[in-house]
Write a protein that binds this ligand. Structure first.
Ligand code: CDP
Length: 204
């Protein structure tokens, strides 16, 4: 059985939370594709040219996801993500993951448009920039980082602009995506809406 759920949207919109919950609910595999770009960004910060890093990426680079979830690595990720050769190097792995047997959920920026335009379900998960920054601030403080709302909001807005304006695979809702604005939704409500979208397609 092949069934792909593509979840795209801006920074800190809750794509990962929804993606993990949908995957667990239906027994699908889940890939947070942002981690691939973050891992390339990490290697760039360590001095490696980004294209070389993307071509040489191994599972080992993803072995400590929490270490990649910093503001510094997020910014580096969005810088390497504009490079077409970096995106090309990561393409086959993501496509194969999307069409693996047993179903898959991928979250990112270009899943429904470039990685898997044939996905059975496409969601564009968003929320106001203020709500997203507040959610990310909470995560960063919980992880022990010292930062504040203004800094996080500026980071999120800068990253969204870079992601939306790049020439290759910009962040945009696919024409056939269902947009979920989670600004005023609880996690449970957002997950329920995503689950309902999958169930309605499965029943189709
Ligand atoms: O968790 P958050 O939404 O803040 O970011 P992420 O999903 O981990 O992605 C980090 C960065 O990687 C993004 O700002 C994008 O620049 C890039 N990215 C991308 O270009 N394409 C993807 N499919 C996923 C992430």
């Amino acid at each position: 059985m092949r069934f792909t759920v593509a979840i795209d949207g801006p920074a800190a919109a809750g794509k990962g939370t929804i993606g993990r919950a949908v995957a667990a609910r239906f027994g699908f595999a889940h890939l947070d594709t942002g981690l691939l770009y973050r891992a390339v960004g990490r290697r760039m910060l360590d001095g490696e040219p980004p294209i070389t890093a993307a071509v040489a990426l191994t599972p080992e680079d993803l072995s400590d996801p929490d270490a990649l979830r910093t503001a510094e690595v997020a910014e580096a990720a969005s810088k390497v993500a504009v490079i077409p050769e970096v995106r090309a190097a990561l393409l086959d792995f993501q496509r194969a993951f999307a069409r693996r047997a047993g179903g898959a959920v991928l979250d990112g920026r270009d899943i429904g448009t470039v990685i898997c335009p044939e996905a059975e379900v496409k969601l564009f998960v968003t929320a106001s920039a203020e709500v997203r920054a507040a959610r990310r601030l909470k995560e960063l403080l919980a992880a022990g980082f010292e930062t504040d709302l203004g800094t996080v909001l500026a980071d999120v807005l800068a990253r969204d602009a870079r992601d939306a304006e790049r020439a290759t695979a910009p962040m945009v809702a696919a024409g056939d995506a269902l947009t979920l604005d989670t600004s005023e939704m609880s996690v449970e409500e957002a997950v329920a809406a995503a689950v309902a979208a999958v169930e309605s397609r499965q029943g189709a």
